[in-house]
Write a protein that binds this ligand. Structure first.
Ligand code: FES
Length: 160
């Protein structure tokens, strides 16, 4: 998905005028694009003379930010050790196969995105998959494909 550079520049200009904290600008960017594109961070770094590393540090530290595009349905597959020993890698591959995107990517139409996470803190009930705020435990290959099929159906019927 192409980034609306003009929109990003407007956010920076509005921010300059109100002279707030940089995190507020980053939240505006997150709201606008549904993630914080690195190209926008580079532009902010240049315009506001803030080191890019500092901006990246803030964005990766807080959960409110995402550095990868998020679709209307954001699927997270745990690939932590406890889930991997129960088959999480095959589950991730099945979800990649069903959605047609790799972890860190979103579909062209913005409907689905995929993320591989290190642990949900639900290790005893893994493999774990989450869609938005909804968590699925003891996920099997069949269940993973069913979850994606249900999402596709919901998207076809009107979206998230
Ligand atoms: S390793 Fe998957 S939930 Fe902890």
């Amino acid at each position: 998905m192409a980034i609306d550079v003009e929109r990003a520049e407007t956010l920076v200009e509005n921010f300059r005028q109100r002279d707030g904290r940089v995190i507020e600008l980053l939240l505006d960017v997150q709201d606008e694009f549904n993630y914080v594109p690195e190209s926008v961070l580079e532009m902010i770094s240049e315009r506001l003379e803030i080191p890019l590393e500092r901006l990246l540090g803030t964005v990766t530290f807080y959960n409110a930010f995402s550095t990868a595009p998020k679709g209307r349905y954001h699927v997270k597959v745990c690939t932590g050790t406890a889930c991997v020993v129960r088959g999480a890698r095959a589950i991730l591959e099945a979800v990649v196969d069903e959605l047609g995107v790799d972890p860190g990517e979103a579909t062209e139409d913005g409907a689905f995105s995929l993320e591989s996470v290190h642990c949900f803190g639900n290790c005893a009930h893994g493999p774990t998959v989450a869609v938005g705020e909804e968590y699925y435990a003891h996920v099997t290959l069949t269940k993973a494909r069913e979850i994606v099929a249900a999402l596709k159906k919901a998207e076809a019927e009107g979206g998230a």
